[in-house]
Design a protein around this ligand. Structure first.
Ligand code: ADP
Length: 618
């Protein structure tokens, strides 16, 4: 797995995607979605063929001439009488005829209703139930349909029409739908996701009150004034074979004025005509399913994740910009293809993942890169150091062999030189071997022996070997109260590790200080520790000293040569033996390195030895 596709990165991408998707369910998102929806209407909706519906409007002039709103019922009668002659294909009346008025007026209307075929009367919602036309009207009409508009509460814009509404257990279809049914002369077939009428499938899921997105015609619906028709009966030609919607168009008097996505005020009766046209043209806006919506956001988030994981710099930025453009255009492209997709959710998911992925790559991956570059430079330093160390035996070998070949020497001298060459080349071979071992160990290629050995013998060997180093700095080396225990593992490696701890303690301590070596049983573990009075480290440094090539500032300033490899090897060796390292330290006070070893068998006596040794008496 690539470094940059780590679980942390995946969690950031997933978090941003979830946050973006959740934001898509907020009220703000709903408002943005609606705003974008309206804008798309304005940009992309083009006038199509001429509408098949006409609004026969009771406008200002009609009201003025026919006695005002008090005489609305007479005006409807007048309209229906005219329509009986004009012969439209269907008629919808968006005037509530629920109350009894003057008997003569009602009788006239009843008669007029009987003369118009395919007539839909309207009903509305009251807190108590449906407000229906008087039975005498209803019985003569072809159908009744509700005229309740689906106005958005947040911005007052009417984008949908609930095709189905139920009050007190009584269900009513919308006026426009009933008009469409009569137009088609076919029944309404229901399924959970849509309605079908005469071969036209309306995408109107039951779960959404069968909400239908109204595709308002940009050119509007032709409106004929009732007063105009009355004065000029030849206008009736315009109504022949059409769907005529009768209603109040005078905006001052209409009780149901709404705003369309185009931002225009429309009388309710015109909204029904627009909804009717939507059904007639069969060009529906189908809402994208929740699953597809999630899928779109997820694909974008994954794409963004890959972009920042696999590319960097301007390439990543341009690809991310490209994906953002896609996120912004997907809803538009879908809209143009009759599919309605929310705008906010995919866009916010895409933006958030871009910001999240870019920040992660910048802050985390860059830091790792800097770290590995620092490791590399430390590694080079270490190579320089090793090369430098190897030079001294090499120089000795070269010098001695040159002298032997140039000068005549006595046998003794020659023997001495040969011995020196031999010793120095062995030292060189050991150094090379150690370096190779260390590399192989860190690659996990080295074979580890598994044999028992005495803990005390191990410590004593290291103690003896380190004694000359301590003497050179007049450091007192103590080894008190050894515990008898048998360890299992690779003695050579353990020696290497423990010796390293002692030489470090000597190396990083000032002259004339003391170093204590101790072994202790605690629980089932054996603790081998080295305590010094040296330069010490702070907590942050302690966390890093087992990292390969890491050296503290203090160690570097001390002038002691080092590679920063030793402790990383110590740690690996101890872990390979099922143990762990513990470090306590305080800058300027001293440090205590402890090997906690778990593969321990106590010796028969298991007792504490009374003896203690030191390289000099303090
Ligand atoms: P080296 O000694 O070659 O630098 P090590 O891996 O042995 O590398 O140690 C890593 C670092 O840990 C040292 O450079 C030093 O900064 C710190 N360190 C190790 N032992 C001690 C100690 N006894 N006291 C203070 N610092 C220590």
């Amino acid at each position: 797995m690539r470094r940059s596709l780590r679980p942390g990165y995946l969690a950031v991408i997933a978090g941003c995607f979830v946050a973006g998707t959740l934001l898509g369910w907020t009220a703000l998102a709903a408002q943005v979605d609606n705003y974008v929806y309206d804008q798309m209407f304005r940009f992309f909706e083009r006038p199509g063929p001429d509408p098949q519906s006409v609004v026969l409007g009771i406008d200002e002039a009609t009201l003025r001439e026919m006695g005002g709103t008090a005489h609305l019922r007479s005006m409807v009668s007048e309209a229906l009488e005219q329509l009986a002659i004009a012969k439209p294909r269907v008629v919808g009346v968006d005037v509530i005829l629920a109350d009894k008025t003057d008997e003569a007026v009602d009788a006239r209307l009843e008669a007029a209703i009987g003369t118009v075929p395919n007539l839909v009367l309207s009903c509305d919602i009251l807190p108590t139930g449906w407000e229906d036309p008087l039975p005498r009207f209803q019985s003569r009409a072809g159908a009744i349909g509700h005229v309740h508009p689906g106005v958005n509460r947040l911005d007052g814009v009417n984008r949908i029409l609930p095709l189905e509404m139920t009050m007190n257990g009584v269900r009513r279809w919308a006026l426009a739908l009933e008009a469409f049914r009569l137009w088609k002369g076919a029944p309404i077939l229901e399924s959970p996701d849509d309605l079908e009428i005469g071969g036209v499938t309306l995408p109107a899921p039951r779960a959404s009150q069968r909400a239908l997105r109204i595709r308002y015609l940009p050119q509007g619906i032709p409106i004929l004034s009732l007063s105009e028709l009355k004065k000029n009966p030849s206008q009736a030609e315009k109504l022949k074979g059409k769907a005529v919607f009768v209603g109040v168009t005078a905006l001052t008097a209409a009780r149901d004025r709404v705003v369309s996505p185009f931002g225009e005020y429309l009388p309710g009766v015109e909204v029904h005509a627009h909804a009717f046209e939507t059904m007639l043209r069969g060009q529906f806006l189908t809402p994208v399913s929740n699953l597809s919506q999630l899928g779109i956001g997820l694909m974008l988030a994954i794409a963004v994740g890959f972009v920042f994981a696999l590319r960097s710099g301007w390439q990543a930025w341009s690809l991310a910009a490209f994906l953002l453009v896609i996120a912004h255009t997907i809803p538009v492209v879908l809209f143009r293809n009759g599919v309605l997709s929310p705008y906010f959710a995919p866009v916010s998911a895409a933006w958030l993942t871009v910001v999240g992925a870019a920040s992660y790559q910048y802050f985390v991956v860059r830091r790792q890169l800097r770290q590995s570059e620092a490791d590399k430079s430390r590694y080079q330093e270490a190579i320089h150091f090793v090369a430098h160390e190897m030079r001294s035996p090499l120089t000795a070998i070269q010098g001695s062999s040159e002298m032997m070949s140039r000068y005549n020497m006595g046998d003794d001298k020659r023997k001495q030189m040969a011995q020196m060459i031999n010793a120095e080349s062995k030292r060189l071979a050991r150094m090379i071997q150690t370096f190779l071992d260390v590399e192989r160990l860190s690659e996990g290629e080295m074979e580890i022996k598994d044999e028992p050995f005495e803990a005390d013998a191990l410590v004593r060997t290291c103690f003896d070997r380190a004694r000359p180093l301590a003497d050179r700095k007049q450091i007192v080396l103590h080894y008190a109260e050894p515990v008898e225990a048998t360890l299992a593992g690779d003695r050579e490696l353990m020696e290497y590790a423990f010796y390293n701890l002692i030489t470090n303690a000597i190396k990083y301590s000032p002259v004339e200080t003391q170093v204590w070596i101790a072994s202790e049983r605690r629980g089932g573990d054996l603790r081998l520790s080295v305590r010094d009075q040296g330069i010490g480290m702070d907590a942050k440094e302690i966390r890093q000293i087992f990292t390969k090539f890491y050296r503290t500032k203090r160690a570097e300033q001390s002038g002691e040569a080092g590679t920063g490899i030793g402790l990383s090897i110590v740690d690996q060796i101890v872990r390979l033996h099922g143990g762990r390292m513990e470090v306590e330290s305080e800058p300027g006070v001293g440090s205590c390195f402890t090997m906690v070893l778990t593969r321990v068998t106590p010796n028969e006596s298991g007792q504490i030895q009374p003896s203690s040794i030191a390289n000099r008496q303090s």
